[in-house]
Design a protein around this ligand. Structure first.
Ligand SMILES: [Zn+2]
Length: 488
C-alpha cells in the first residue's frame, strides 16, 4: 500500500514538474514565448522553472512565475462601443485582463512575460455563438443516432478545436451530449471553446427533437429509453413531473441552462411548425427546476402562440422566433425576454428537397427572418447571435460569415457587439451555474481574457471575420495563447 502511495506521488510529482519544465526555447520578454501557428495549450516556457528531478520528494521546490501577456499598441473593440479606442496597451495576468492603458505598461518583474507588439491592429473579445450544438455539427443525424457515443464525441472534439481556431472562444450548447467534451476542454486535454451546455433538450411526444421511429410508439412505462435519449441528445417528457425530473437530471450533470422545444421545428420528422408542444404547467415545471438551481430556460419557438405561452411561463430566452408578430415582440420587450435568432443564409432555401414539408417550413421561417429582426430593433429586444449550424461541417467553416450576414440589419459594430458583449450578457443569466467565473464577451479590466488580435479594423471592414485563418493573428482563450502568427 505504502509503495503504491509512493509510486503515485512520484507520478504526480513528475507530471507537475514536466508541466513547468523548460522546453528548450528561451522565452525572454518578447514574443518568442508564445505558441506559433498551430493550436497548443502549453503555456510559454519559463526560464526559472526547476528541472524535472527523478527524486519525487525534491520536485516542485520553486513556484513557477505567473504567466503575463502584454499586448502593446493595439486599438480595442471592447464588445460594446461603436468605435475603436485609441492606441492602447493591455496586460493579461493568468486568465484575467488586468490592466488597459494608453500609457506604456511596464513588464512586471515577478512574471513570465510574453510581449505581443500589436502594431496598431485591433484587439477584440473572442466571439460567442449563442446557439450551437457541439456534438451535432460534423456528424449527420443518422450518424449520431447509429454511432457509438465515443466516436461522436471525438469527432465533436476535432470540430471544437476548429471552432476555437475560427475565433469562437465560447459557445452556448443548446442540445446534445456535450458534458464530457466540455470537461475535457476545460481540463486542457484538447483545445476548444468554453461550452455552456444544456445537455439533452427537453421535448414532448411528437415535438421538435423527437427523432423516434414510428415503431417506437406507443411508449409503455418501463420501456428502455430511445436512442436519442440514451445519447443525451433529446428526451421526451409528457407531464410536469417528467419535465421536472429530466430538467433536474440535466442540471445534475452540469447544465448551465435548460433547453426545451416549445413549438414544432423545421428538421424534425413529426413536428409541424405551427404546433404548440408543452403545456403551461409543463413549461412552469421546467422554469421552476431551472430557477431553483439559479439558472434559466431557453425555449425553441417560432410562432406567436408558442412564444407567448413560453414567455408567460417564465422562459427567459426564445430561440429562433422567426414567425413572431408585433404583439409578441411587445410582450418580450415588457418581460425583458432575450431573442436568440439566426440570420439564415440564402442557400438554406435549398437544403431540403424542393416541395418537401421540410422545404416549405424552411421557406416560411426564412421569410419571417427579416420581419423579426425589424421587430427586434423596433422594440429594442435583447438580441443574441447564434448560428444553430447542425449536421454540416461545410457550413461550420462559415460560422463567422453568418455573423457578417447581420449587416443587413445592423452596423458592423452592432453585429460584432451582439456576438461578444450582448452574448456575454446572455451567458451571465446562468449565474452560479456558469461553468466559468468572470465576465465574457468584453475587453475590460477584470474580465476573462478571451481575445482576438485582428489584422485590420473589423468595424471598418467586417468581412475580415470571414477569414479567421488569415486575419485572426492571435487567438487567446482563458489567458492562453492558442495561435500567434506574429511570433517568429
Ligand atoms: Zn438548435
Amino acid at each position: 500500500m505504502r509503495d503504491r502511495f509512493r509510486f503515485l506521488s512520484a507520478v504526480v510529482a513528475l507530471m507537475l514538474s514536466a508541466g513547468c519544465a523548460p522546453s528548450g526555447a528561451p522565452s525572454g520578454s518578447d514574443a518568442g514565448g508564445a505558441a506559433t501557428g498551430a493550436a497548443t495549450t502549453t503555456p510559454p516556457a519559463t526560464v526559472s522553472s526547476p528541472p524535472a528531478r527523478p527524486d519525487a520528494a525534491g520536485a516542485a521546490t520553486a513556484a513557477p512565475k505567473v504567466a503575463v501577456t502584454l499586448f502593446k499598441n493595439v486599438r480595442i473593440f471592447d464588445g460594446k462601443a461603436e468605435k475603436l479606442a485609441g492606441p492602447s496597451n493591455v496586460m493579461v495576468r493568468k486568465n484575467i485582463i488586468e490592466r488597459i492603458s494608453s500609457e506604456i505598461i511596464q513588464s512586471p518583474a515577478d512574471a513570465n512575460v510574453t510581449v505581443i507588439d500589436g502594431g496598431g491592429r485591433t484587439l477584440m473579445p473572442g466571439l460567442i455563438d449563442a446557439h450551437w450544438h457541439t456534438t451535432l455539427v460534423r456528424s449527420t443525424a443518422a450518424q449520431v443516432l447509429s454511432a457509438d457515443l465515443g466516436y461522436t464525441t471525438l469527432i465533436a472534439g476535432a470540430e471544437a478545436t476548429d471552432t476555437l481556431m475560427r475565433g469562437f472562444t465560447t459557445v452556448r450548447d443548446l442540445g446534445g451530449p456535450a458534458f464530457a467534451l466540455r470537461r475535457a476542454i476545460d481540463e486542457g486535454v484538447l483545445p476548444g471553446p468554453r461550452i455552456f451546455p444544456s445537455g439533452a433538450m427537453l421535448t414532448v411526444t411528437g415535438g421538435h427533437g423527437d427523432f423516434r421511429q414510428l415503431f417506437e410508439v406507443p411508449r409503455i412505462d418501463g420501456m428502455p429509453l430511445a436512442r436519442m435519449e440514451q445519447l443525451g441528445a433529446a428526451i421526451v417528457t409528457d407531464s410536469a413531473d417528467e419535465v421536472t425530473r429530466r430538467a433536474r437530471e440535466q442540471l445534475l450533470q452540469g447544465a448551465s441552462q435548460i433547453k426545451l422545444t416549445a413549438s414544432g421545428g423545421v428538421a424534425s420528422p413529426h413536428s409541424p411548425i405551427d404546433v404548440i408542444t408543452f403545456t403551461t404547467a409543463e413549461l412552469q415545471a421546467a422554469v421552476k427546476a431551472a430557477n431553483d438551481r439559479g439558472t434559466y430556460v431557453a425555449a425553441h419557438a417560432y410562432t406567436p402562440a408558442a412564444i407567448q405561452r413560453a414567455v408567460l411561463a417564465g422562459v427567459q430566452c426564445i430561440e429562433h422566433g422567426q414567425l413572431m408578430d408585433e404583439a409578441t415582440a411587445k410582450l418580450m420587450a415588457e418581460k425583458g425576454t432575450w431573442l436568440s435568432i439566426q440570420p439564415f443564409p440564402d442557400e438554406f432555401a435549398h437544403i431540403f428537397p424542393p416541395g418537401s414539408d421540410q422545404s416549405k417550413k424552411m421557406l416560411e421561417v426564412m421569410a419571417g427572418t427579416d420581419r423579426t429582426y425589424q421587430l427586434a430593433k423596433k422594440y429594442h429586444l435583447k438580441t443574441a447571435f447564434g448560428t444553430d449550424i447542425v449536421f454540416s461541417p461545410e457550413l461550420a467553416k462559415r460560422q463567422g460569415a453568418l455573423l457578417v450576414g447581420l449587416i443587413r440589419w445592423y452596423t458592423p459594430a452592432e453585429a460584432l457587439g451582439m456576438a461578444t458583449g450582448a452574448n456575454g450578457e446572455l451567458l451571465a443569466l446562468s449565474g452560479e451555474r456558469s461553468p466559468y467565473r468572470g465576465k465574457l464577451g468584453v475587453v475590460e479590466e477584470g474580465a476573462l481574457a478571451d481575445l482576438l488580435l485582428v489584422d485590420g479594423n473589423p468595424i471598418a471592414d467586417i468581412k475580415l471575420i470571414t477569414d479567421p485563418a488569415r486575419n485572426f493573428v492571435v487567438i487567446m482563450k482563458d489567458g492562453k495563447i492558442y495561435k500567434n502568427t506574429l511570433s517568429h
